[in-house]
Design a protein around this ligand. Structure first.
Ligand SMILES: *[C@@H]1O[C@H](CO)[C@@H](O)[C@H](O)[C@H]1NC(C)=O
Length: 394
């Protein structure tokens, strides 16, 4: 009788251990990250081209270029909403049917590598865009066409098309106003649908589109001031139209240099937005955003969360990851800034997604998440085995 009481006490202790292991994991999760870093745990992108017709080739190229970039930097298709007033790849005037290029050398066919368009053609409407942001749909709306964000999501929102003072045209048929977007963002804030938003717009008089935002944690940039056009960067003789806008061109040219583990900050990108480059006055609005630009990583919006995983890893695993075989400490962050980023990829075992591609990320998350629990389970099993031996001994 006394031995079974002892047995129950041990079992209770083991169960209690499992529960507290979970709580520890959660609190570590919330406190993760270094000072000034974003607290988000997932990344989303909403990329919208609103114009139609062949002569607007560049708008579609703008948006597809950013699509390619955020995918390369680790945001999965399931977390990218692509709205494309898609008719250039199949336009009869396209000398290269089924293709879209953003540069003269036609090195990258933007339409080529598996593009998942979520809203195309006449589905790209003001109503659908607002519903997407605020998640007001009937129950038949498929999950793949919803923005399934929460208060831990960082969202990059990119719009391109034809615009004017405080409006952006959708399909030449209707327009969205600066106030519509401002109010949609406020609803998103109230419904805890984001942690931070990075809003980027490339259109004529773009900067008028964000001036009415009033919700917290929104960073905005636009290609041109009031009364200014957004200029196309260059035309392609074979395609016969302008293939990309200047503002987006310089954004992309800069982003081409960064990798998933990049520690480059927003201010470095904004340094590219000169009148000389863009031929208009790009706008940068930080008043609603509570982190300094020199401490806001580009990958906080253009990539998928990387730093959170490291905090969850068991101490001993961290030790192995951060020390070489002689036990010398290597801080992955310092290493990254000291060496070039290529070298970092091969010296930082904690960032395995760099070596094995983004498909590995989820598996890795699962592995590191259950590690503390596994430790408790192993502990529990050991205790049970000892009890067993004790019974046998009796
Ligand atoms: C960012 O800029 C501010 C103001 O210029 C400066 O005080 C701060 O040290 C900078 N932070 C970093 C990480 O460079």
């Amino acid at each position: 009788m006394r031995s079974s009481t002892f047995f129950y006490i041990i079992i209770s202790y083991v169960l209690l251990g499992l529960v507290t292991a979970d709580e520890e994991t959660n609190s570590e999760f919330e406190n993760s990250g270094f000072t000034g870093s974003s607290t988000h745990t997932n990344n989303w992108a909403v990329l919208v081209s609103t114009s139609r017709f062949w002569f607007n080739y560049r708008h579609m190229a703008n948006v597809l270029s950013l699509y390619r970039t955020v995918k390369r930097l680790g945001i999965p298709d399931s977390q990218i909403i692509l709205m494309l007033s898609d008719d250039i790849a199949c336009n009869p005037r396209n000398a290269f049917p089924g293709t879209v290029f953003n540069n003269q050398d036609q090195a990258i066919d933007l339409y080529g590598d598996s593009i998942e368009v979520d809203y195309r053609g006449y589905e790209v409407t003001v109503e659908n865009f607002i519903r997407l942001l605020t998640d007001r749909w009937d129950e038949n709306q498929p999950r793949s066409k919803r923005l399934l964000t929460d208060e831990n999501s960082n969202i990059f929102i990119y719009l391109t098309g034809h615009g004017g003072n405080e409006f952006l045209k959708f399909q030449d048929a209707e327009e969205i106003s600066a106030y519509d977007i401002a109010n949609a963002f406020e609803q998103m804030y109230e419904k805890k649908r984001y942690n931070e938003i990075f809003f980027m717009i490339d259109t004529c008089q773009a900067n008028t589109m964000y001036e009415h935002f009033y919700s917290p944690n929104i960073l905005s940039v636009g290609s041109s001031a009031i009364e200014e056009s957004s200029y196309s960067h260059h035309s392609d003789m074979d395609i016969g139209v302008a293939v990309i806008d200047r503002f987006t061109y310089y954004t992309l040219e800069f982003l081409e240099k960064i990798k998933k583990n990049s520690k480059l900050t927003m201010d470095k990108l904004f340094d590219e937005y000169t009148f000389e480059n863009v031929h208009s006055n790009p706008g940068i609005e930080t008043k609603l955003f509570n982190r300094p630009m020199n401490e806001t990583l580009l990958t906080d919006f253009f990539g998928n969360v990387q730093n959170v995983h490291v905090d969850e890893v068991e101490d001993d695993i961290l030790y192995v990851a951060n020390h070489d075989k002689n036990g010398i400490l290597h801080d992955p962050v310092d290493d990254a800034t000291e060496q070039n980023e290529e070298a970092y990829a091969s010296t930082a075992p904690t960032d395995r997604s760099l070596l094995f591609g983004s498909a590995d990320t989820e598996e890795r998350t699962t592995l590191t998440k259950i590690t503390p629990k596994q430790t408790k389970i192993f502990g529990g099993i050991t205790v049970l085995v000892l009890i067993g031996l004790w019974f046998v001994g009796k």
